[in-house]
Design a protein. Structure first.
Length: 619
Protein backbone atom coordinates (compact mmCIF):
# COMPACT_ATOMS: atom_id res chain seq x y z
CA UNK A 1 0.00 0.00 0.00
CA UNK A 2 1.14 3.52 -0.67
CA UNK A 3 -0.01 7.04 0.01
CA UNK A 4 1.16 9.71 -2.46
CA UNK A 5 2.85 12.64 -0.76
CA UNK A 6 1.49 16.05 -1.66
CA UNK A 7 4.87 17.71 -1.53
CA UNK A 8 6.20 20.56 -3.67
CA UNK A 9 6.42 19.86 -7.42
CA UNK A 10 9.28 20.76 -9.73
CA UNK A 11 8.55 22.16 -13.18
CA UNK A 12 8.46 18.70 -14.81
CA UNK A 13 5.85 17.41 -12.36
CA UNK A 14 3.88 20.63 -12.71
CA UNK A 15 3.96 20.42 -16.53
CA UNK A 16 2.85 16.77 -16.52
CA UNK A 17 0.09 17.57 -14.03
CA UNK A 18 -1.34 20.55 -15.92
CA UNK A 19 -0.96 18.90 -19.33
CA UNK A 20 -2.86 15.80 -18.21
CA UNK A 21 -5.53 17.90 -16.48
CA UNK A 22 -5.90 20.06 -19.58
CA UNK A 23 -6.33 17.00 -21.75
CA UNK A 24 -8.95 15.55 -19.42
CA UNK A 25 -10.86 18.84 -19.38
CA UNK A 26 -10.54 19.86 -23.04
CA UNK A 27 -9.53 16.74 -24.96
CA UNK A 28 -6.30 18.40 -26.17
CA UNK A 29 -2.74 18.47 -24.82
CA UNK A 30 -0.70 21.67 -24.52
CA UNK A 31 1.22 22.39 -27.73
CA UNK A 32 4.99 22.82 -27.77
CA UNK A 33 4.94 26.61 -27.49
CA UNK A 34 2.42 26.54 -24.65
CA UNK A 35 4.61 24.05 -22.82
CA UNK A 36 7.61 26.30 -23.32
CA UNK A 37 5.71 29.33 -21.98
CA UNK A 38 4.46 27.35 -19.03
CA UNK A 39 7.91 26.05 -18.02
CA UNK A 40 9.50 29.46 -18.39
CA UNK A 41 6.76 31.12 -16.34
CA UNK A 42 7.07 28.43 -13.66
CA UNK A 43 10.81 29.19 -13.45
CA UNK A 44 10.14 32.92 -13.15
CA UNK A 45 11.60 33.95 -16.52
CA UNK A 46 10.37 36.87 -18.60
CA UNK A 47 8.73 36.44 -22.02
CA UNK A 48 11.93 37.77 -23.62
CA UNK A 49 13.91 35.06 -21.84
CA UNK A 50 11.33 32.42 -22.73
CA UNK A 51 11.12 33.25 -26.46
CA UNK A 52 13.67 35.90 -27.51
CA UNK A 53 12.72 35.61 -31.24
CA UNK A 54 9.30 37.26 -30.74
CA UNK A 55 8.46 37.94 -27.06
CA UNK A 56 5.59 40.35 -27.90
CA UNK A 57 3.72 37.69 -29.89
CA UNK A 58 4.19 35.08 -27.18
CA UNK A 59 2.97 37.47 -24.47
CA UNK A 60 -0.08 38.88 -26.31
CA UNK A 61 -1.30 35.76 -28.05
CA UNK A 62 0.24 32.54 -26.72
CA UNK A 63 0.53 33.55 -23.08
CA UNK A 64 -2.82 35.35 -22.97
CA UNK A 65 -4.70 32.36 -24.43
CA UNK A 66 -2.75 29.92 -22.26
CA UNK A 67 -3.71 31.69 -19.03
CA UNK A 68 -7.34 31.85 -20.16
CA UNK A 69 -7.31 28.12 -20.89
CA UNK A 70 -5.67 27.24 -17.60
CA UNK A 71 -8.10 29.48 -15.71
CA UNK A 72 -10.90 27.37 -17.12
CA UNK A 73 -9.09 24.12 -16.36
CA UNK A 74 -8.16 25.05 -12.78
CA UNK A 75 -11.39 26.84 -11.93
CA UNK A 76 -9.72 30.11 -10.84
CA UNK A 77 -8.11 33.13 -12.51
CA UNK A 78 -4.57 32.23 -13.53
CA UNK A 79 -1.76 34.54 -14.64
CA UNK A 80 1.94 34.19 -15.31
CA UNK A 81 2.80 35.25 -11.77
CA UNK A 82 0.08 33.19 -10.09
CA UNK A 83 0.56 29.87 -11.86
CA UNK A 84 2.55 28.16 -9.09
CA UNK A 85 0.02 29.03 -6.40
CA UNK A 86 -2.92 28.03 -8.61
CA UNK A 87 -1.45 24.61 -9.38
CA UNK A 88 -0.44 24.04 -5.75
CA UNK A 89 -4.04 24.75 -4.71
CA UNK A 90 -5.39 22.51 -7.47
CA UNK A 91 -3.11 19.70 -6.41
CA UNK A 92 -4.12 19.86 -2.77
CA UNK A 93 -7.78 20.03 -3.79
CA UNK A 94 -7.59 16.92 -5.94
CA UNK A 95 -9.93 14.21 -4.66
CA UNK A 96 -8.29 11.41 -2.72
CA UNK A 97 -8.65 7.93 -4.19
CA UNK A 98 -8.91 4.59 -2.36
CA UNK A 99 -7.93 1.62 -4.54
CA UNK A 100 -8.98 -1.84 -3.32
CA UNK A 101 -7.88 -5.04 -5.07
CA UNK A 102 -6.99 -8.69 -4.53
CA UNK A 103 -3.30 -9.58 -4.04
CA UNK A 104 -3.09 -11.79 -7.12
CA UNK A 105 -2.53 -11.45 -10.83
CA UNK A 106 -3.72 -9.74 -12.92
CA UNK A 107 -5.42 -7.66 -10.21
CA UNK A 108 -2.21 -6.45 -8.58
CA UNK A 109 -0.51 -5.38 -11.82
CA UNK A 110 -3.60 -3.47 -12.87
CA UNK A 111 -3.82 -1.82 -9.43
CA UNK A 112 -0.19 -0.68 -9.64
CA UNK A 113 -0.67 0.78 -13.12
CA UNK A 114 -3.84 2.55 -12.02
CA UNK A 115 -2.09 3.99 -8.97
CA UNK A 116 0.81 5.27 -11.07
CA UNK A 117 -1.53 6.92 -13.58
CA UNK A 118 -3.66 8.43 -10.81
CA UNK A 119 -0.55 9.76 -9.07
CA UNK A 120 0.83 11.26 -12.29
CA UNK A 121 -2.48 13.05 -12.73
CA UNK A 122 -1.91 14.63 -9.33
CA UNK A 123 -4.45 12.72 -7.26
CA UNK A 124 -3.54 11.43 -3.79
CA UNK A 125 -3.99 7.65 -3.88
CA UNK A 126 -4.12 4.90 -1.28
CA UNK A 127 -3.75 1.32 -2.50
CA UNK A 128 -4.49 -1.73 -0.36
CA UNK A 129 -4.75 -5.37 -1.34
CA UNK A 130 -7.07 -8.01 0.07
CA UNK A 131 -5.04 -11.11 0.89
CA UNK A 132 -5.97 -14.75 1.33
CA UNK A 133 -3.26 -14.94 3.96
CA UNK A 134 -0.63 -12.61 5.34
CA UNK A 135 2.70 -13.10 7.04
CA UNK A 136 2.43 -9.76 8.77
CA UNK A 137 2.61 -9.58 12.54
CA UNK A 138 -0.56 -8.85 14.47
CA UNK A 139 0.65 -5.32 15.24
CA UNK A 140 1.25 -4.59 11.55
CA UNK A 141 -2.16 -6.02 10.62
CA UNK A 142 -3.88 -3.87 13.26
CA UNK A 143 -2.04 -0.75 12.08
CA UNK A 144 -3.08 -1.51 8.51
CA UNK A 145 -6.73 -1.73 9.57
CA UNK A 146 -6.45 1.62 11.34
CA UNK A 147 -4.84 3.10 8.21
CA UNK A 148 -7.66 1.71 6.05
CA UNK A 149 -10.23 3.33 8.33
CA UNK A 150 -8.43 6.67 8.11
CA UNK A 151 -8.11 6.57 4.33
CA UNK A 152 -11.72 5.50 3.78
CA UNK A 153 -12.86 8.46 5.84
CA UNK A 154 -10.72 10.81 3.74
CA UNK A 155 -11.31 9.47 0.25
CA UNK A 156 -13.75 10.82 -2.31
CA UNK A 157 -13.48 7.91 -4.73
CA UNK A 158 -13.46 4.20 -3.89
CA UNK A 159 -12.13 2.14 -6.81
CA UNK A 160 -12.89 -1.56 -6.47
CA UNK A 161 -11.15 -4.11 -8.68
CA UNK A 162 -13.83 -6.78 -8.61
CA UNK A 163 -12.51 -10.16 -9.70
CA UNK A 164 -14.36 -13.42 -8.88
CA UNK A 165 -11.81 -14.01 -6.11
CA UNK A 166 -12.23 -10.53 -4.63
CA UNK A 167 -15.99 -11.12 -4.64
CA UNK A 168 -15.45 -13.88 -2.07
CA UNK A 169 -13.63 -11.58 0.38
CA UNK A 170 -15.30 -10.58 3.63
CA UNK A 171 -13.01 -7.56 3.80
CA UNK A 172 -14.36 -6.32 0.45
CA UNK A 173 -17.93 -6.62 1.75
CA UNK A 174 -16.97 -4.85 4.98
CA UNK A 175 -15.21 -2.04 3.09
CA UNK A 176 -18.26 -1.53 0.86
CA UNK A 177 -20.51 -1.48 3.92
CA UNK A 178 -18.36 1.23 5.50
CA UNK A 179 -18.27 3.20 2.26
CA UNK A 180 -22.07 3.06 2.20
CA UNK A 181 -22.18 4.36 5.78
CA UNK A 182 -19.89 7.24 4.82
CA UNK A 183 -22.12 8.01 1.83
CA UNK A 184 -25.19 8.05 4.08
CA UNK A 185 -23.51 10.48 6.46
CA UNK A 186 -22.15 12.84 3.79
CA UNK A 187 -24.00 15.65 2.07
CA UNK A 188 -22.54 14.91 -1.37
CA UNK A 189 -22.83 11.08 -1.55
CA UNK A 190 -19.08 10.61 -1.17
CA UNK A 191 -17.10 8.42 -1.54
CA UNK A 192 -18.13 7.66 -5.11
CA UNK A 193 -17.88 3.93 -5.86
CA UNK A 194 -16.12 3.06 -9.13
CA UNK A 195 -16.15 -0.70 -9.78
CA UNK A 196 -13.87 -2.30 -12.36
CA UNK A 197 -14.79 -5.90 -13.14
CA UNK A 198 -11.55 -7.87 -13.66
CA UNK A 199 -12.20 -11.04 -15.66
CA UNK A 200 -15.62 -10.94 -14.05
CA UNK A 201 -18.37 -10.79 -16.72
CA UNK A 202 -21.81 -9.47 -15.80
CA UNK A 203 -23.21 -13.02 -15.77
CA UNK A 204 -20.90 -13.97 -12.85
CA UNK A 205 -23.08 -14.82 -9.81
CA UNK A 206 -22.32 -12.41 -6.98
CA UNK A 207 -23.11 -12.41 -3.30
CA UNK A 208 -26.41 -10.74 -2.41
CA UNK A 209 -24.62 -8.01 -0.43
CA UNK A 210 -22.31 -7.19 -3.32
CA UNK A 211 -25.23 -6.86 -5.69
CA UNK A 212 -27.08 -4.66 -3.21
CA UNK A 213 -24.14 -2.31 -2.60
CA UNK A 214 -23.30 -2.07 -6.32
CA UNK A 215 -26.80 -2.07 -7.75
CA UNK A 216 -27.34 0.71 -10.28
CA UNK A 217 -23.66 1.74 -10.30
CA UNK A 218 -21.87 1.84 -13.65
CA UNK A 219 -18.67 -0.12 -14.07
CA UNK A 220 -15.72 -0.67 -16.39
CA UNK A 221 -14.59 -4.07 -17.63
CA UNK A 222 -11.02 -5.39 -17.83
CA UNK A 223 -10.39 -8.71 -19.54
CA UNK A 224 -6.87 -8.43 -21.00
CA UNK A 225 -3.88 -6.04 -20.69
CA UNK A 226 -5.13 -4.42 -23.91
CA UNK A 227 -8.01 -2.98 -21.83
CA UNK A 228 -5.69 -1.22 -19.37
CA UNK A 229 -5.33 2.13 -21.25
CA UNK A 230 -9.10 2.35 -21.73
CA UNK A 231 -9.78 1.64 -18.06
CA UNK A 232 -7.15 4.14 -16.90
CA UNK A 233 -8.54 6.83 -19.21
CA UNK A 234 -12.08 6.20 -17.95
CA UNK A 235 -10.93 6.49 -14.31
CA UNK A 236 -9.01 9.71 -14.92
CA UNK A 237 -11.92 11.23 -16.80
CA UNK A 238 -14.20 10.44 -13.90
CA UNK A 239 -11.77 11.86 -11.36
CA UNK A 240 -11.46 15.05 -13.39
CA UNK A 241 -15.26 15.30 -13.45
CA UNK A 242 -15.03 15.91 -17.21
CA UNK A 243 -17.60 13.19 -17.85
CA UNK A 244 -19.72 10.81 -15.86
CA UNK A 245 -18.86 7.20 -15.19
CA UNK A 246 -20.30 4.85 -17.75
CA UNK A 247 -24.09 4.70 -17.82
CA UNK A 248 -25.19 2.12 -15.25
CA UNK A 249 -25.85 -1.24 -16.85
CA UNK A 250 -25.79 -3.39 -13.72
CA UNK A 251 -29.32 -3.71 -12.42
CA UNK A 252 -28.73 -6.71 -10.16
CA UNK A 253 -31.25 -9.39 -9.18
CA UNK A 254 -33.21 -10.21 -6.08
CA UNK A 255 -32.23 -13.14 -3.88
CA UNK A 256 -35.15 -15.25 -5.05
CA UNK A 257 -34.56 -14.30 -8.68
CA UNK A 258 -30.93 -15.38 -8.53
CA UNK A 259 -31.50 -18.77 -6.93
CA UNK A 260 -34.35 -19.57 -9.30
CA UNK A 261 -31.91 -19.43 -12.21
CA UNK A 262 -29.80 -22.24 -10.73
CA UNK A 263 -32.05 -25.25 -10.71
CA UNK A 264 -29.77 -28.03 -11.96
CA UNK A 265 -27.53 -29.40 -9.19
CA UNK A 266 -23.86 -29.50 -10.13
CA UNK A 267 -21.25 -31.75 -8.53
CA UNK A 268 -17.95 -31.00 -10.30
CA UNK A 269 -14.74 -32.98 -9.99
CA UNK A 270 -12.41 -31.91 -8.60
CA UNK A 271 -14.76 -30.22 -6.12
CA UNK A 272 -15.07 -26.48 -6.64
CA UNK A 273 -17.12 -24.00 -4.60
CA UNK A 274 -20.25 -24.22 -6.78
CA UNK A 275 -21.98 -22.51 -3.89
CA UNK A 276 -19.97 -19.40 -3.12
CA UNK A 277 -18.50 -19.32 0.39
CA UNK A 278 -21.09 -17.70 2.59
CA UNK A 279 -20.02 -14.11 2.85
CA UNK A 280 -21.76 -12.13 5.60
CA UNK A 281 -25.51 -12.20 5.01
CA UNK A 282 -24.98 -14.13 1.76
CA UNK A 283 -26.87 -17.18 0.57
CA UNK A 284 -25.90 -20.50 -0.99
CA UNK A 285 -27.37 -21.01 -4.44
CA UNK A 286 -30.24 -23.45 -4.74
CA UNK A 287 -28.33 -25.73 -7.13
CA UNK A 288 -25.27 -26.09 -4.92
CA UNK A 289 -24.13 -29.65 -4.35
CA UNK A 290 -22.68 -28.48 -1.03
CA UNK A 291 -25.81 -27.05 0.56
CA UNK A 292 -26.66 -28.88 3.79
CA UNK A 293 -30.38 -29.19 4.39
CA UNK A 294 -31.56 -28.21 7.87
CA UNK A 295 -33.57 -31.19 9.02
CA UNK A 296 -36.39 -30.97 10.06
CA UNK A 297 -36.50 -27.15 9.93
CA UNK A 298 -36.74 -26.80 6.15
CA UNK A 299 -39.64 -29.22 5.73
CA UNK A 300 -41.51 -27.42 8.49
CA UNK A 301 -40.91 -24.04 6.84
CA UNK A 302 -41.99 -25.26 3.39
CA UNK A 303 -45.26 -26.55 4.84
CA UNK A 304 -45.85 -23.49 7.04
CA UNK A 305 -45.34 -20.88 4.32
CA UNK A 306 -48.32 -22.27 2.40
CA UNK A 307 -50.67 -21.65 5.31
CA UNK A 308 -52.74 -18.42 5.35
CA UNK A 309 -51.36 -15.58 7.46
CA UNK A 310 -48.28 -17.51 8.59
CA UNK A 311 -45.23 -16.03 10.36
CA UNK A 312 -41.84 -17.78 10.37
CA UNK A 313 -39.04 -16.46 12.58
CA UNK A 314 -35.47 -17.50 11.73
CA UNK A 315 -32.73 -16.71 14.25
CA UNK A 316 -29.00 -17.49 14.28
CA UNK A 317 -25.67 -15.64 14.50
CA UNK A 318 -24.05 -14.27 11.35
CA UNK A 319 -22.95 -16.63 8.57
CA UNK A 320 -25.08 -19.52 9.78
CA UNK A 321 -27.23 -19.78 6.64
CA UNK A 322 -30.29 -17.72 7.61
CA UNK A 323 -30.54 -15.95 4.27
CA UNK A 324 -29.92 -19.24 2.44
CA UNK A 325 -32.90 -20.76 4.21
CA UNK A 326 -35.05 -17.67 3.66
CA UNK A 327 -34.25 -17.72 -0.06
CA UNK A 328 -35.30 -21.37 -0.27
CA UNK A 329 -38.55 -20.69 1.54
CA UNK A 330 -39.32 -17.89 -0.91
CA UNK A 331 -38.43 -20.15 -3.82
CA UNK A 332 -40.78 -22.86 -2.60
CA UNK A 333 -43.53 -20.26 -2.17
CA UNK A 334 -43.01 -18.98 -5.71
CA UNK A 335 -43.23 -22.51 -7.04
CA UNK A 336 -46.69 -22.69 -5.44
CA UNK A 337 -47.87 -19.48 -7.08
CA UNK A 338 -47.08 -16.94 -4.37
CA UNK A 339 -45.62 -13.52 -5.00
CA UNK A 340 -42.34 -13.16 -3.10
CA UNK A 341 -40.34 -10.12 -2.02
CA UNK A 342 -36.98 -10.40 -0.18
CA UNK A 343 -35.96 -7.25 1.71
CA UNK A 344 -32.78 -6.69 3.72
CA UNK A 345 -32.87 -3.88 6.26
CA UNK A 346 -29.08 -3.89 6.24
CA UNK A 347 -29.15 -2.10 2.90
CA UNK A 348 -31.53 0.68 3.91
CA UNK A 349 -29.97 4.15 4.24
CA UNK A 350 -29.66 5.56 7.74
CA UNK A 351 -32.22 8.20 6.89
CA UNK A 352 -34.83 5.44 6.56
CA UNK A 353 -34.66 4.90 10.32
CA UNK A 354 -35.11 8.57 11.20
CA UNK A 355 -38.73 7.97 12.21
CA UNK A 356 -41.48 5.39 11.77
CA UNK A 357 -43.02 7.33 8.90
CA UNK A 358 -39.78 7.13 6.88
CA UNK A 359 -39.36 3.43 7.57
CA UNK A 360 -42.90 2.45 6.57
CA UNK A 361 -42.81 4.56 3.41
CA UNK A 362 -39.52 2.90 2.48
CA UNK A 363 -41.03 -0.54 3.15
CA UNK A 364 -44.07 0.15 0.95
CA UNK A 365 -41.99 1.70 -1.83
CA UNK A 366 -39.51 -1.21 -1.91
CA UNK A 367 -42.26 -3.83 -2.06
CA UNK A 368 -44.08 -1.87 -4.77
CA UNK A 369 -40.92 -1.60 -6.83
CA UNK A 370 -40.01 -5.28 -6.48
CA UNK A 371 -43.54 -6.30 -7.49
CA UNK A 372 -43.26 -3.90 -10.45
CA UNK A 373 -46.45 -2.09 -9.50
CA UNK A 374 -47.14 1.61 -10.17
CA UNK A 375 -45.63 3.82 -7.47
CA UNK A 376 -48.44 5.46 -5.49
CA UNK A 377 -47.19 5.49 -1.91
CA UNK A 378 -47.59 9.26 -1.48
CA UNK A 379 -51.27 9.03 -2.44
CA UNK A 380 -51.91 6.89 0.63
CA UNK A 381 -49.89 8.97 3.08
CA UNK A 382 -51.94 11.68 4.73
CA UNK A 383 -51.60 13.67 7.92
CA UNK A 384 -55.12 12.67 8.93
CA UNK A 385 -54.04 9.19 9.94
CA UNK A 386 -50.88 7.94 11.59
CA UNK A 387 -48.09 6.22 9.66
CA UNK A 388 -49.20 2.74 10.77
CA UNK A 389 -52.73 3.38 9.49
CA UNK A 390 -51.37 4.75 6.21
CA UNK A 391 -49.12 1.73 5.75
CA UNK A 392 -51.92 -0.72 6.60
CA UNK A 393 -54.28 0.96 4.11
CA UNK A 394 -51.62 0.76 1.42
CA UNK A 395 -51.20 -2.97 2.00
CA UNK A 396 -54.96 -3.54 1.93
CA UNK A 397 -55.79 -1.40 -1.10
CA UNK A 398 -52.67 -1.91 -3.25
CA UNK A 399 -50.40 -4.78 -2.28
CA UNK A 400 -52.89 -7.42 -1.10
CA UNK A 401 -55.83 -6.53 -3.33
CA UNK A 402 -53.81 -6.43 -6.54
CA UNK A 403 -54.20 -10.20 -7.13
CA UNK A 404 -55.50 -13.33 -5.40
CA UNK A 405 -51.95 -14.69 -5.15
CA UNK A 406 -50.52 -14.67 -1.59
CA UNK A 407 -47.71 -12.23 -0.84
CA UNK A 408 -44.67 -13.59 1.00
CA UNK A 409 -42.31 -11.02 2.52
CA UNK A 410 -38.80 -12.09 3.54
CA UNK A 411 -37.59 -9.48 6.03
CA UNK A 412 -33.84 -10.05 6.48
CA UNK A 413 -31.53 -8.35 9.01
CA UNK A 414 -34.35 -6.91 11.12
CA UNK A 415 -31.68 -6.48 13.83
CA UNK A 416 -31.04 -3.13 12.15
CA UNK A 417 -34.36 -1.89 13.54
CA UNK A 418 -33.28 -2.85 17.09
CA UNK A 419 -30.67 -0.08 16.92
CA UNK A 420 -33.42 2.57 16.79
CA UNK A 421 -35.49 2.27 19.99
CA UNK A 422 -37.82 5.14 19.05
CA UNK A 423 -39.33 3.16 16.18
CA UNK A 424 -38.73 -0.44 17.28
CA UNK A 425 -41.85 -0.86 19.40
CA UNK A 426 -44.27 0.56 16.84
CA UNK A 427 -42.76 -1.26 13.87
CA UNK A 428 -42.83 -4.71 15.40
CA UNK A 429 -46.25 -4.08 16.91
CA UNK A 430 -47.48 -3.40 13.37
CA UNK A 431 -46.08 -6.74 12.14
CA UNK A 432 -47.81 -8.47 15.04
CA UNK A 433 -51.09 -6.68 14.25
CA UNK A 434 -50.97 -7.81 10.60
CA UNK A 435 -50.33 -11.39 11.73
CA UNK A 436 -53.30 -11.30 14.08
CA UNK A 437 -55.58 -9.73 11.44
CA UNK A 438 -55.54 -13.05 9.55
CA UNK A 439 -57.19 -14.86 12.47
CA UNK A 440 -60.14 -12.59 13.18
CA UNK A 441 -62.59 -14.47 10.95
CA UNK A 442 -64.08 -11.52 9.06
CA UNK A 443 -63.77 -10.20 5.50
CA UNK A 444 -60.60 -8.31 6.28
CA UNK A 445 -59.01 -11.45 7.68
CA UNK A 446 -59.34 -13.13 4.27
CA UNK A 447 -57.34 -10.28 2.80
CA UNK A 448 -54.62 -10.40 5.46
CA UNK A 449 -54.47 -14.20 5.24
CA UNK A 450 -52.74 -13.64 1.88
CA UNK A 451 -49.78 -12.04 3.70
CA UNK A 452 -47.08 -14.43 4.92
CA UNK A 453 -44.01 -13.16 6.77
CA UNK A 454 -40.50 -14.59 7.12
CA UNK A 455 -38.58 -12.56 9.72
CA UNK A 456 -34.81 -13.13 9.93
CA UNK A 457 -32.55 -11.82 12.70
CA UNK A 458 -29.15 -12.58 14.20
CA UNK A 459 -29.63 -12.10 17.90
CA UNK A 460 -32.02 -11.80 20.77
CA UNK A 461 -34.33 -8.80 20.84
CA UNK A 462 -32.55 -6.61 23.36
CA UNK A 463 -35.12 -3.79 23.15
CA UNK A 464 -38.00 -4.41 25.63
CA UNK A 465 -41.20 -5.12 23.69
CA UNK A 466 -44.75 -5.49 24.95
CA UNK A 467 -45.31 -9.25 25.05
CA UNK A 468 -48.78 -8.77 23.56
CA UNK A 469 -47.45 -6.69 20.66
CA UNK A 470 -44.24 -8.49 19.81
CA UNK A 471 -43.99 -10.73 16.72
CA UNK A 472 -41.12 -12.60 18.38
CA UNK A 473 -43.29 -14.84 20.52
CA UNK A 474 -45.78 -16.01 17.87
CA UNK A 475 -45.55 -18.01 14.66
CA UNK A 476 -43.03 -20.76 13.86
CA UNK A 477 -39.63 -20.20 15.52
CA UNK A 478 -36.56 -21.61 13.74
CA UNK A 479 -33.17 -21.35 15.45
CA UNK A 480 -30.38 -22.58 13.20
CA UNK A 481 -27.67 -24.57 14.90
CA UNK A 482 -24.17 -25.45 13.79
CA UNK A 483 -23.54 -28.51 11.65
CA UNK A 484 -23.40 -31.77 13.54
CA UNK A 485 -20.48 -34.19 13.32
CA UNK A 486 -22.53 -36.30 10.90
CA UNK A 487 -23.26 -33.31 8.68
CA UNK A 488 -19.59 -32.27 8.56
CA UNK A 489 -18.66 -35.86 7.67
CA UNK A 490 -21.25 -35.86 4.88
CA UNK A 491 -20.03 -32.50 3.61
CA UNK A 492 -16.43 -33.75 3.57
CA UNK A 493 -17.53 -36.71 1.46
CA UNK A 494 -19.24 -34.36 -1.01
CA UNK A 495 -15.85 -32.67 -1.39
CA UNK A 496 -14.28 -36.02 -2.22
CA UNK A 497 -12.61 -36.42 1.20
CA UNK A 498 -12.80 -39.84 2.82
CA UNK A 499 -12.31 -38.60 6.36
CA UNK A 500 -12.31 -40.67 9.51
CA UNK A 501 -13.96 -39.56 12.75
CA UNK A 502 -10.73 -38.19 14.24
CA UNK A 503 -10.18 -35.91 11.22
CA UNK A 504 -13.68 -34.47 11.50
CA UNK A 505 -13.13 -33.89 15.21
CA UNK A 506 -9.78 -32.22 14.53
CA UNK A 507 -11.43 -29.66 12.28
CA UNK A 508 -14.41 -29.15 14.58
CA UNK A 509 -12.13 -28.57 17.58
CA UNK A 510 -10.87 -25.49 15.76
CA UNK A 511 -14.06 -24.13 14.12
CA UNK A 512 -16.93 -26.18 15.54
CA UNK A 513 -19.72 -26.84 13.05
CA UNK A 514 -19.74 -23.28 11.74
CA UNK A 515 -21.19 -23.63 8.19
CA UNK A 516 -18.99 -21.01 6.53
CA UNK A 517 -15.72 -21.90 8.27
CA UNK A 518 -16.21 -25.62 7.69
CA UNK A 519 -16.95 -25.15 3.99
CA UNK A 520 -13.94 -22.90 3.46
CA UNK A 521 -11.69 -25.49 5.11
CA UNK A 522 -13.07 -28.34 3.02
CA UNK A 523 -12.76 -26.28 -0.15
CA UNK A 524 -9.02 -25.61 0.26
CA UNK A 525 -8.23 -29.12 1.49
CA UNK A 526 -10.19 -30.72 -1.37
CA UNK A 527 -8.26 -28.60 -3.87
CA UNK A 528 -4.99 -29.84 -2.39
CA UNK A 529 -3.82 -26.35 -1.39
CA UNK A 530 -3.12 -27.46 2.18
CA UNK A 531 -3.56 -30.43 4.48
CA UNK A 532 -5.81 -30.63 7.53
CA UNK A 533 -2.73 -30.55 9.77
CA UNK A 534 -1.41 -27.42 8.06
CA UNK A 535 -4.82 -25.76 8.27
CA UNK A 536 -5.14 -26.37 12.02
CA UNK A 537 -1.60 -25.10 12.65
CA UNK A 538 -1.96 -21.76 10.86
CA UNK A 539 -5.74 -21.23 11.11
CA UNK A 540 -5.59 -18.66 13.97
CA UNK A 541 -2.94 -16.53 12.20
CA UNK A 542 -2.91 -13.83 9.54
CA UNK A 543 -1.30 -16.34 7.17
CA UNK A 544 -4.13 -18.86 7.46
CA UNK A 545 -7.13 -19.29 5.18
CA UNK A 546 -9.30 -17.48 7.73
CA UNK A 547 -7.12 -14.37 7.76
CA UNK A 548 -9.68 -12.34 5.80
CA UNK A 549 -12.52 -13.52 8.07
CA UNK A 550 -10.59 -12.82 11.27
CA UNK A 551 -9.40 -9.40 10.12
CA UNK A 552 -12.99 -8.38 9.37
CA UNK A 553 -13.97 -9.26 12.93
CA UNK A 554 -10.93 -7.42 14.30
CA UNK A 555 -11.80 -4.41 12.15
CA UNK A 556 -15.32 -4.36 13.60
CA UNK A 557 -14.06 -4.72 17.16
CA UNK A 558 -11.70 -1.79 16.66
CA UNK A 559 -14.75 0.31 15.80
CA UNK A 560 -16.58 -0.74 18.98
CA UNK A 561 -14.18 -0.67 21.95
CA UNK A 562 -16.96 -1.59 24.39
CA UNK A 563 -17.51 -4.87 22.53
CA UNK A 564 -13.75 -5.49 22.29
CA UNK A 565 -13.35 -4.99 26.04
CA UNK A 566 -16.24 -7.32 26.81
CA UNK A 567 -14.92 -9.96 24.41
CA UNK A 568 -11.44 -9.72 25.94
CA UNK A 569 -12.96 -10.53 29.34
CA UNK A 570 -14.54 -13.66 27.89
CA UNK A 571 -11.31 -14.76 26.20
CA UNK A 572 -9.09 -14.66 29.29
CA UNK A 573 -11.61 -16.13 31.75
CA UNK A 574 -11.40 -19.78 32.77
CA UNK A 575 -15.17 -19.91 33.41
CA UNK A 576 -18.17 -18.53 31.49
CA UNK A 577 -18.51 -14.75 31.96
CA UNK A 578 -21.75 -12.89 32.64
CA UNK A 579 -21.83 -9.71 30.55
CA UNK A 580 -24.30 -6.87 30.20
CA UNK A 581 -27.11 -8.38 28.13
CA UNK A 582 -26.84 -5.95 25.19
CA UNK A 583 -23.08 -6.59 24.86
CA UNK A 584 -23.58 -10.34 25.10
CA UNK A 585 -26.32 -10.29 22.46
CA UNK A 586 -24.25 -8.18 20.07
CA UNK A 587 -21.19 -10.44 20.41
CA UNK A 588 -23.47 -13.43 19.85
CA UNK A 589 -24.97 -11.74 16.79
CA UNK A 590 -21.45 -11.29 15.37
CA UNK A 591 -20.89 -15.00 15.98
CA UNK A 592 -17.96 -14.51 18.37
CA UNK A 593 -19.45 -16.06 21.53
CA UNK A 594 -21.87 -18.73 22.63
CA UNK A 595 -24.60 -17.92 25.14
CA UNK A 596 -24.99 -20.34 28.02
CA UNK A 597 -27.90 -19.05 30.03
CA UNK A 598 -26.82 -15.62 31.24
CA UNK A 599 -23.12 -16.29 30.63
CA UNK A 600 -20.91 -16.27 27.52
CA UNK A 601 -17.92 -18.30 26.31
CA UNK A 602 -15.73 -17.96 23.19
CA UNK A 603 -17.41 -19.68 20.30
CA UNK A 604 -14.39 -21.50 18.87
CA UNK A 605 -10.78 -22.25 19.62
CA UNK A 606 -10.02 -20.31 16.42
CA UNK A 607 -11.36 -17.10 17.95
CA UNK A 608 -9.83 -17.72 21.36
CA UNK A 609 -6.32 -18.12 19.94
CA UNK A 610 -6.50 -15.30 17.38
CA UNK A 611 -8.13 -12.59 19.46
CA UNK A 612 -6.74 -13.22 22.93
CA UNK A 613 -3.35 -11.53 22.39
CA UNK A 614 -4.64 -8.96 19.91
CA UNK A 615 -7.37 -7.61 22.15
CA UNK A 616 -5.04 -7.43 25.13
CA UNK A 617 -2.44 -5.52 23.10
CA UNK A 618 -4.77 -3.17 21.25
CA UNK A 619 -7.39 -2.45 23.84
Amino acid sequence: MNFIDEGEMDYKDALNFIDRLTYLKTGKHLNDLERQVFVGSWQGRSYKEIYPQNPEYVEKYVGYKLWQKLSQVLGEKVSKKKIQGAIARAKTQQPQVFLSYRNQEPDESLAIQLEEAIAQAGYPAFRTGVEKGSSHSSAVAENELAQIDHQLAQCEYFILLLSPQAALSEMVIEALRRVQELRDESHNAKPVILPIRVNCPPCTPLNHDLRSYLQGIGYQEWNTPADTPTVIQAVLQRLSRSEDWETPVWEGNDVAEEISSYQTPINPLPPLPVAEPELPKGQVRLASAFYVERVPDETQCYQEILKPGTLIRIKAPRQMGKTSLMARILYQAREQGCRTVPLSFQHADKSVFTNLNQLLQWLCAKITRKLRLPHQVEAYWTDTFGSKDNCTAYFEDVLLSETDAPLVLGLDEVDRVFQHPKITDDFFALLRAWYEEAGYGDSDSDLWAKLRLVVVHSTEVYIPLDINQSPFNVGLPIELSEFSREQVTDLAQRHGLNWQTHQVEQLMTMVGGHPYLVRVALYYIARGELTLEQLVEIAPTEAGIYGDHLRRHLWNLQQHPELATAFAQVLVAEEPVELESVLAFKLHSMGLVQLRGNATVPRFELYRQYFRDRLQNVF
